[in-house]
Design a protein around this ligand. Structure first.
Ligand code: ZN
Length: 190
């Protein structure tokens, strides 16, 4: 039914943007009564409340407090946050690693602020030194990403979001989404 590779915008109970998931997961949430289709398509055509459209926007049937949803820190989440770009040299080489700015054995934590995506070359060059000792800099200061933007990056690496998302995202978030995705697409193309 054309669900494959498609992503779905998930709205909170109050229609504010919550996250992004695969269209398949979105369809399952609708099927099991946890969400309703707000926008969907059948054979590429937009439809409203048809039986089983491919959902492009769904709304969960309760309201989640945003402060209760945190981005789970993991190596993959760090790499996604940094869009698989080496934060030392800007390279987009394959086999990116996660590096501790302050080395682990010197008390550096496994935290959003202390982890960056690094290419194998920069990682081994830096070794067990601090940035200052190695004379290296980071492209941007690492921090905890927005829950929404990170889920967007996870699920929309192959193309722009569906235009139907536009009216559910504040203009600033929509612009940011487009920018982030264009950034990712550039880095993914060979
Ligand atoms: Zn590098």
């Amino acid at each position: 039914m054309g669900l494959k590779g498609k992503s779905c915008l998930v709205l909170n109970g109050d229609y504010s943007p919550l996250n992004v998931c695969t269209a398949l997961k979105g369809a399952k949430m609708v099927f099991t009564g946890r969400a309703e289709v707000v926008e969907g398509k059948i054979n590429g055509l937009r439809t409203v409340s048809a039986q089983y459209p491919v959902p492009t926007v769904i709304r969960i049937n309760h309201k989640i407090r945003l402060r209760d949803v945190r981005v789970r820190l993991s190596r993959k989440a760090v790499l996604s946050r940094d869009r698989y770009i080496c934060q030392y040299c800007g390279s987009t080489a394959p086999n990116m690693t996660v590096d501790h700015l302050m080395p682990k054995h010197r008390g550096g934590e496994f935290s959003w602020e202390n982890l960056v995506c690094a290419c194998p070359r920069c990682n081994s060059h830096k070794g067990d030194r601090t940035l200052a000792e190695a004379g290296m800099k980071v492209l941007s200061r690492p921090k905890e990403p927005s829950y929404f933007i990170l889920s967007l990056l996870y699920h929309t690496q192959k193309g722009l979001p569906d235009e139907s998302w536009g009216k559910y995202l504040p203009p600033s978030l929509w612009q940011l989404a487009i920018q982030e995705i264009i950034g990712v697409s550039k880095n993914i193309s060979p």
